[in-house]
Ligand binder design. Structure first.
Ligand SMILES: NC(=O)c1ccc[n+]([C@@H]2O[C@H](COP(=O)([O-])OP(=O)(O)OC[C@H]3O[C@@H](n4cnc5c(N)ncnc54)[C@H](O)[C@@H]3O)[C@@H](O)[C@H]2O)c1
Ligand SMILES: [Zn+2]
Ligand SMILES: [Zn+2]
Length: 353
């Protein structure tokens, strides 16, 4: 029996390797050879430091990694579309397929307690040389995109695209993003691709502000502070931005996103956890604003996103500042937890650069 090493997160800011059999694909399943597996802020927040997640975010001690991308090595009986050699992204939640949410393509919201299992949370994920996936969870990766581009679509870019499509962004808008981790940077990258020219980013970490500037993703990079709302009003002729996205999950940043948005504007909450305190009448009601919540995306929108990334000629992998091989997954998670980086990827084969 062929075996492989898979990385597990015990929840004490370390990575542990365990030996697993290389899986055999059963009916409707495929065996994917992992090429790139990126780390998401949710991995750090809910699993790496401590296992704090519940329900859909409850980590079951499986192989970690919910942003996998690779090439199909073998397909089980009954597969209908994909064949060995295909390059694929794994939409990171496997749903029951037959509840209302799954039928809408939002397996993230699958209501089946028995069948809803997310890769890297409740079933083995991408931090191993092979990943067993269900054919229905795959998105074909266009030839123009690299595996590291694709890995980021599996969660981060998919999530951001969904929020942007819900809220609507166009070239006329000034866009504010609070929290310039990989999710915030991805928001800026897609907002820019949609034509937005006034792009404002806020973070507490100077290195992240620098990175946003270096990547050309912001017109203004503001250190987080109590004057942010006034600063943004000044930049936008007194009115505030048309669209704001909180990608930090931090209360003060969410308040800034809400208050720095102009009348009739829209705000999306993407960063998870924590709380937010605002005053409904002056902050929302009297200014006719709308706050959206947005959770991951649907598989059809993910397919649409990869097509558009090619059309726009943009590459999510530009956000990757550090690549590690699997043996160094420990260093990869530690770096991401420290925040002095952009996106961090664990890579295999030709993605090792
Ligand atoms: N809604 C969804 O479907 C979805 C999907 C994926 C990730 N997420 C969430 O999105 C968030 C961002 O993910 P990430 O991978 O970029 O994580 P991250 O932790 O790298 O990014 C968060 C950023 O927010 C910054 N920040 C913290 N406090 C701040 C403040 N007061 N003002 C401004 N910035 C502040 C941090 O310095 C950091 O750069 C996380 O909460 C993650 O769980 C949500
Ligand atoms: Zn994620
Ligand atoms: Zn379902």
């Amino acid at each position: 029996m062929k075996t492989m090493q898979g990385a597990v997160l015990p929840g004490n800011s370390t990575v542990e390797f365990r030996e697993y059999p290389v899986p055999e694909p059963g009916h409707g399943e495929v065996l994917v050879r992992t090429k790139s597996s990126t780390i998401c802020g949710s991995d750090i927040r809910a699993i790496y430091r401590e296992h704090v997640g519940k329900g859909p975010e409850g980590y079951q001690g499986v192989i970690a990694g919910h942003e996998p991308c690779g090439q199909i090595e073998a397909v089980g009986p009954g597969c209908r579309r994909f064949t060995p050699g295909d390059r694929v992204i794994v939409y990171h939640i496997s749903g029951c397929g037959v509840c209302n949410d799954c039928r809408r393509g939002y397996m993230i919201s699958c209501t089946s307690e028995t069948w809803r299992r997310a890769y890297g949370w409740q079933r083995d994920g991408g931090m191993a040389p092979y990943i067993l996936a269900e054919e229905k969870d795959l998105v074909l990766l266009p030839d123009e995109l690299s595996y590291t581009d694709g890995a980021q679509v599996a969660c981060g870019f998919g999530t951001v695209y969904e929020a942007i499509e819900k809220v609507g962004v166009c070239g006329a808008d000034a866009v504010l993003v609070t929290g310039l981790g990989p999710v915030g940077l991805a928001t800026l990258m897609l907002a820019k691709a949609l034509g937005a020219r006034e792009l404002i980013g806020i973070d507490t970490v100077p290195g992240r502000l620098e990175l946003a500037k270096k990547l050309g993703l912001v017109t203004y990079a503001l250190p987080a502070g109590k004057d942010n709302v006034d600063e943004i009003r000044e930049i936008t002729g007194g009115a505030g931005v048309e669209r704001a996205f909180d990608c930090s999950g931090a209360d003060p940043a969410r308040q800034t996103a809400i208050r720095a948005t102009r009348k009739w504007g829209r705000i999306a909450l993407v960063g998870e956890g924590g709380t937010v305190a605002f005053n409904p009448s002056p902050d929302i009601i009297h200014d006719q604003k709308t706050i959206y919540g947005s959770w991951v995306t649907s598989i059809w929108r993910m397919e649409e996103l990869v097509e558009r990334l090619v059309r726009w000629g943009i590459h999510p992998e530009e956000l990757v500042t550090n690549r590690f091989t699997l043996e160094r997954a420990d260093d990869a998670y530690r770096l991401m937890a420290g925040g002095e980086c952009g996106k961090v990827a664990v890579v295999f084969d030709e993605e090792v650069k």
